[in-house]
Ligand binder design. Structure first.
Ligand code: HEC
Ligand code: HEC
Length: 233
C-alpha cells in the first residue's frame, strides 16, 4: 500500500509534534490485539501474507495520517483518531483511504459495531498513532537487523536477559561466560542442567547471588544452542 510515499509524509507529521488532547485510560495495545488482530497484522515491522484478510495495522495508521484532511499539522492526529472511531463502526468504500486495487482484493472492512465501544476505539486509535511511527519502525528494523546478524546463541542470551547478569569476559552478578567455559572445558552437560534448573554457591565472585531456572521459559533446543555458544566463549 504505497509504503514509500507514506514514510515521508509521516516524518513531516511527527516532527510537528502533535499532542493528543485527552488520553484514554484503557489499554489500547491490548484492545488492538483483542479486537483487530484477527484481520490486521499488528507487528512492527509488519508481517505480510499472500492471503491476508486486511492491510497490516502499520499501513493503516500511516495511510490515515497521510491522507486525512486537517486544517493544521497539530489537528492531524485528533482528526485521524476521529476517522478510526467512525470507520470501524461505519466502514464504506467511499470513506476508505485504501487504494482501489487493495480495496477490491480485501473487500470493505465488515463493520465492528457492537464488538468494540467508542471508548475502546479511542484507546486503540491513540495507541495506533503513537506506536506506528516512522521512528519506532526505524528502531525496530535496526534491532531486527542487529539480531539477525548475531550468532543464534548470542541472540538468545540477549532476548532472554542473560546478558543483564553475565558478560562474556567479565564477572558481573553471574560469572563471565569465559569463566564458565573454562570451568567445564567444552563439556555442555552441567551448563545445560544449570540453565534449566538454576545454580547457586558455585562461584565466589557471585557472592551468594543465584542463577534462576529457565526450564519453563526456554525450550530444550534453545538451551542447547545457548550452552554450545557459552562453551565456545
Ligand atoms: C473481520 C476483519 C477485520 C477486523 C476484525 C478489523 N478490520 Fe479494519 N479493515 C479490514 C479490511 C479488509 C480493511 C481494508 C478495506 C477497507 O479499507 O475497508 C480494513 C480497513 C481498516 C481501516 C481503513 C484503512 C484505510 O486505509 O482507510 C481502518 C481505520 C481499520 N480497518 C481499523 C480497524 C480497527 C481499529 C479494528 C479493530 C477495532 C479493525 N479494523 C478490525 C478488516 C478488518
Ligand atoms: C538474575 C541474574 C542472572 C540471570 C538473568 C542469568 N544468570 Fe546465569 N548465573 C547467575 C549467577 C549468580 C550464577 C552463579 C551461580 C553459582 O554461583 O552457582 C550464574 C551461573 C550461570 C552458569 C554456570 C552454572 C554452573 O553450573 O556452573 C551458566 C551456564 C549460566 N549462569 C547461564 C545463564 C544463561 C544462559 C542465562 C540466560 C538464559 C542466565 N545465566 C541468566 C545469574 C544470572
Amino acid at each position: 500500500m504505497m509504503y514509500k510515499s507514506l514514510f515521508l509524509a509521516t516524518l513531516v507529521v511527527f516532527s510537528g509534534c502533535a499532542q493528543q488532547e485527552h488520553h484514554s485510560n484503557l489499554d489500547g495495545k491490548k484492545l488492538l490485539e483483542q479486537k483487530c488482530s484477527q484481520c490486521h497484522n499488528t507487528d512492527l515491522p509488519p508481517k505480510t501474507f499472500a492471503d491476508e484478510k486486511a492491510p497490516p495495522m502499520m499501513a493503516v495508521a500511516f495511510h490515515i495520517k497521510d491522507f486525512i484532511h486537517a486544517s493544521s499539522e497539530s489537528d492531524k492526529i485528533p482528526k485521524a483518531i476521529e476517522f478510526v472511531k467512525d470507520y470501524v463502526v461505519n466502514p464504506s468504500a467511499s470513506k476508505s483511504f485504501c487504494d482501489k486495487q487493495s480495496l477490491k482484493e480485501y473487500g470493505v472492512m465488515p463493520s465492528q459495531k457492537g464488538k468494540v465501544t467508542q471508548d475502546e476505539l479511542q484507546a486503540i486509535a491513540e495507541y495506533m498513532f503513537s506506536h506506528y511511527t516512522l521512528q519506532n519502525l526505524t528502531q525496530a528494523q535496526m534491532l531486527e537487523n542487529r539480531l539477525a546478524k548475531m550468532p543464534k546463541g548470542k541472540r538468545l542470551a540477549l532476548q532472554n536477559g542473560c546478558l543483564s547478569c553475565h558478560k562474556i569476559n567479565k564477572d558481573l552478578v553471574g560469572p563471565s561466560f569465559h569463566t564458565i567455559a573454562k570451568r567445564y572445558d567444552g563439556k555442555m552437560t552441567t551448563i545445560e542442567q544449570s540453565i534449566k534448573n538454576g545454580s547457586s554457591n558455585k562461584y565466589k565472585t557471585s557472592r551468594g547471588a543465584v542463577m534462576p531456572a529457565f526450564a519453563k521459559k526456554i525450550s530444550d533446543q534453545d538451551i542447547k544452542v545457548l550452552s554450545e555458544w557459552i562453551v565456545q566463549r
